[in-house]
Design a protein around this ligand. Structure first.
Ligand SMILES: [Zn+2]
Length: 107
């Protein structure tokens, strides 16, 4: 019984750790490397699709972001993949609103 409880607590700890790391990584990505100012999606960022990857199960867009820091003027360019559409086990196509997901990533 105690062993099970400890196991559950450890599991929750690992999941929470992964979620925290992912979130910290996201915040680092969307902030200036020099002065740590968070980029503002509406004013500091331009983006473009540089590659479209389709493996039959999903259609993924590789987006390149060009960010200019409004505080120090530093430029940061990085790419991130966003799923445009995917096919589930039943063969149904699920489309994602990429623009909304991008905005969410920067919020
Ligand atoms: Zn900066």
């Amino acid at each position: 019984m105690i062993g099970q409880i400890v196991g559950v607590i450890v599991f929750i700890g690992i999941v929470a750790g992964i979620v925290t790391l992912t979130e910290l990584n996201r915040r680092k990505t969307i902030s200036c490397a020099k002065c740590k100012t968070r980029f503002d999606f509406e004013t500091d960022i331009t983006y473009d699709e540089v590659e479209s990857i389709n493996d039959g199960k999903s259609n993924v867009a590789k987006i390149e972001f060009d960010c200019i820091c409004k505080q120090c003027g530093a430029n940061k360019i990085f790419t991130k993949k966003f799923t445009i559409a995917s096919v589930d086990k039943e063969g149904n196509v699920k489309r994602n609103n990429v623009e909304r997901n991008i905005k969410k990533y920067f919020s």
